[in-house]
Write a protein that binds this ligand. Structure first.
Ligand SMILES: Nc1ncnc2c1ncn2[C@@H]1O[C@H](COP(=O)(O)OP(=O)(O)OP(=O)(O)O)[C@@H](O)[C@H]1O
Ligand SMILES: [Mg+2]
Length: 343
């Protein structure tokens, strides 16, 4: 976790007695895209603002290429930023918006740079248009082009796709990904949507209440979550209460006993939350008894919901394998046990 091109070390930011960013250490290799994923209020925007220099860190450091920039003013850092609520200048044309950050740089040919940047985000020929005449997706790409025009050392993107409707969002996401790859710029990308984080991030950092829960690739986070928060925030999962009966076994409050994996060691007798993915909970001749309450078709397979001893579980099965109202028995192919949440 050290020696990244962009390195955050034990970064902390408080507002009054609220800790918005809590001792955050992260490293982003040169040219890589790090996605910061977390629910609303988890400190994503604050982290970006501290990185950009708009907020002053209470503790910790930010280094770029080995140099400490923690006390530098935003302009000295040469970072590009696209804000959560992107702000283009509505009275300027597309080209003038993209050229905005180039004002003070006499060395660049502005016309050429604007043309290159617009080509990069697939908006060739748009320079003379008024930004207010563009679609949301196009405006978003202009904002990215504007941030990239001065060749920043690091690009910071705060939910750049959140204002777009779903179909446009997916296309814009692909275009953004292609642009980032072409430029090869070190990027921190903030989102509260896991799909977006997985699609764009080489690595994903899951934040919860200002703290790093886990850093990993999409499969790492989905298959090997280290905390209950990550297990339930990333991907779908059923959560069932129980108690550990052996290092790798737990008895559910609903009665049955399951073999479990324990990402963190748990003592016998510990109260636990058991987490099972829908595709890992299968119909069986015996096991957890559950009453099917709902069905969501996804093609040949379906996601079923069921009630089991007061908990709601979700499992995947063939569409005709069962139906609402049936009592079924379920067995986990893989279950994870975490210490029960204290709240
Ligand atoms: N200027 C501020 N003054 C006081 N508290 C703030 C300030 N900015 C953020 N906070 C608080 O810090 C916490 C983190 O906020 P932040 O905006 O970083 O969250 P976020 O993860 O970006 O959320 P969202 O997904 O809603 O954008 C929140 O509890 C927020 O209320
Ligand atoms: Mg935010």
């Amino acid at each position: 976790m050290s020696d990244g091109f962009l390195q955050l070390s034990r970064l902390t930011k408080r507002f009054g007695d609220h800790v918005a960013v809590d001792n955050l250490t992260l490293s982003v290799p040169r040219g890589a895209v790090l996605a910061l994923l977390g629910p609303s209020g988890s400190g994503k925007t604050t982290t970006l603002r501290v990185l950009a220099g708009f907020e002053r860190a209470d503790a910790g450091t930010v280094t770029v290429d080995g140099r400490d920039v923690t006390r530098q003013a935003p302009a000295e850092r040469h970072f590009g930023m696209v804000f959560q609520h992107y702000a283009l200048f509505p009275h300027l044309t597309v080209g003038e918006n993209v050229a905005f950050g180039l004002e003070r740089d006499p060395a660049v040919d502005r016309t050429e740079r604007v043309r290159d940047m617009l080509a990069l985000v697939d908006l060739e020929g748009f320079a003379a248009r008024s930004v207010s005449a563009l679609s949301g997706g196009q405006q978003q790409r202009v904002a990215v082009a504007r941030a990239l025009a001065p060749s920043p050392r690091v690009l910071l993107l705060d939910e750049p796709l959140s204002n777009l409707d779903p179909s446009l969002r997916e296309r814009t996401r692909r275009e953004l990904k292609a642009a980032l790859r072409k430029v090869g710029i070190t990027t921190v990308f903030v989102t509260h949507e896991q799909e977006e984080a997985f699609a764009l991030g080489d690595q994903v950092a899951v934040l919860n209440e200002g703290r790093l829960e886990q850093l990993g690739t999409a499969p790492d986070l989905y298959e090997r979550p280290r905390t209950l928060f990550v297990a339930t925030f990333v991907g779908r999962a059923s959560v069932l209460p129980g108690v550990m009966t052996a290092p790798d076994r737990a008895r559910l409050d609903a009665g049955v006993e399951w073999g479990v994996e324990t990402p963190q060691p748990l003592e016998r007798g510990a109260r636990v939350s058991l987490v099972v993915r829908p595709e890992a909970l299968v119909l069986a001749g015996e096991g957890l008894a559950a009453t099917v309450t709902g069905c969501r078709y996804t093609g040949a397979r379906a996601y079923f919901t069921a009630e089991a001893g007061g908990a709601t579980v979700e499992f995947e099965a063939a569409v005709r394998a069962t139906q609402v109202g049936d009592v079924v028995h379920l067995r986990p192919q893989r279950a994870l046990a975490f210490a029960e949440a204290s709240r």
